[in-house]
Design a binder for this molecule. Structure first.
Ligand code: SF4
Length: 382
């Protein structure tokens, strides 16, 4: 294996801004695009801007899809915990960000790397940083570090990447799905429960757990991904799954693979919201997959509504929360507002509740009047 000059010099001959650039683009498979600022959703559903960086793009791992895998001959650089803290503060004070998203390659081992991640979070909090902190931990992060991260970060987790041990060993050969991922997911669940009990009524933040899947790196259908998300939500109280489309990287074992279309990522998010925010189970979505078990490029909620005309129309002024949530264009927030503001007298009033009336209209009754004929809307589907 060839070793680049950067590897020998630790990348420290590079300027801070060059290293920042490398480490922001190195987060390709970490929840965001490749700019230094990415978007995330806060606990209230609000979109927030985060400074997104790796601590280092050195990595001992050989994950088959990853630009940072150890065998690739690319410039390797690091930022120190002090540098990341300083940069985060500087963006934060300029109102350019509301928080930090921190991931990393594995330098040394998972313990050494995650200690450095913890150091960043500790420094920021000790200095009074009250912004949002999301930490993507390494597979194999020790429990004592997760414990301290759970005390300080708003969101933290380990990437599952895929749905089974067999698939995982194919794409992440250095790690063990059961021990390095599932065991960590279990710990995050237990820690969050403990912290909630400990901090009840104190106003102290208690983080939430997340994970991420690389969509399309192995040949697994969307049905398996959504089933796994559902299982993680039930078993590990997973708060948030992220999906990142596989995109082949030159000089990796998967360089000749086909990129996963971006819309697939978007449809998986929509299907996962149906589990998370609408209270559906993965088995409720069985109808929306094609013969190969994949989602089609349509909104799964609309697809589900079109496939079940017997569930409609829903009477806006008498429907239960669950019934309202089945209506395309009505989400948990608007359904809640509708229930607390009934009777709703007009489409204008419905729109003021946050419903997307053009989408909802074919599926609802308002004051005993069906808004649009469903059969004409769905092209006669029954
Ligand atoms: S652990 Fe795997 S996915 Fe993470 S940076 Fe290293 S090679 Fe990439």
């Amino acid at each position: 294996m060839s070793v680049s000059v950067e590897k020998l010099t630790n990348g420290h001959h590079r300027t801070l801004s060059e290293r920042m650039q490398f480490l922001s683009s190195g987060t390709k498979y970490d929840s965001c695009n490749q700019s230094a600022v990415c978007h995330a959703f806060g606990p209230d559903g609000r979109c927030i801007q985060l400074y997104k960086t790796l601590l280092t793009n050195y990595c001992a791992g050989e994950c088959a899809y990853c630009p940072n895998r150890c065998e690739r001959d690319v410039p390797r650089v690091s930022l120190t915990p002090e540098e990341i803290t300083k940069i985060t503060w500087s963006f934060y004070r300029k109102n350019a960000i509301e928080g930090l998203f921190l991931s990393s390659g594995i330098i040394g081992d998972a313990e050494i790397t995650s200690q450095k991640q913890l150091e960043v979070v500790q420094l920021l909090r000790q200095q009074g940083f009250t912004g949002y902190i999301h930490v993507r931990m390494m597979p194999g992060t020790p429990k004592y570090i997760l414990e301290q991260i759970a005390d300080l970060a708003n969101k933290f987790g380990v990437n599952a990447e895929t749905t089974s041990s067999i698939n995982y060993s194919e794409i992440c050969p250095n790690f063990d799905y059961k021990n390095d991922v599932l065991q960590r997911l279990k710990w995050t669940r237990d820690l969050i429960r403990e912290k909630r009990r400990e901090y009840r009524g104190t106003g102290h933040i208690v983080g939430a757990n997340d994970t991420q899947f690389v969509v399309g790196a192995v040949d697994e259908p969307d049905r398996d991904i959504i089933r796994t998300v559902n299982k993680f939500m039930d078993k590990y109280a997973l708060r948030r799954p992220y999906f990142m489309s596989f995109d082949p990287i030159p000089d990796t074992p998967l360089e000749n693979g086909s990129p996963s279309p971006k819309w697939r990522e978007q449809r998986l998010y929509q299907a996962s919201f149906l589990l998370k925010d609408y209270g559906l189970m993965h088995k409720d979505l069985e109808d929306v997959y094609n013969d190969s078990g994949n989602l089609m490029n349509t909104d799964p909620k609309l697809e589900l509504a079109n496939m079940h005309p017997e569930r409609f129309p829903v009477d806006i002024n008498s429907a239960s929360m669950d019934e309202l949530l089945l209506v395309p264009g009505i989400g948990p927030v608007s359904a809640n507002r509708i229930i607390h503001s009934r009777p709703i007298g007009s489409e204008e009033e419905l729109a003021r509740m946050g419903a997307v009336v053009s989408r909802a209209s074919p599926f609802i009754d308002l004051n005993g009047v069906r808004q649009t004929n469903l059969a004409s809307f769905t092209g006669g589907y029954s």
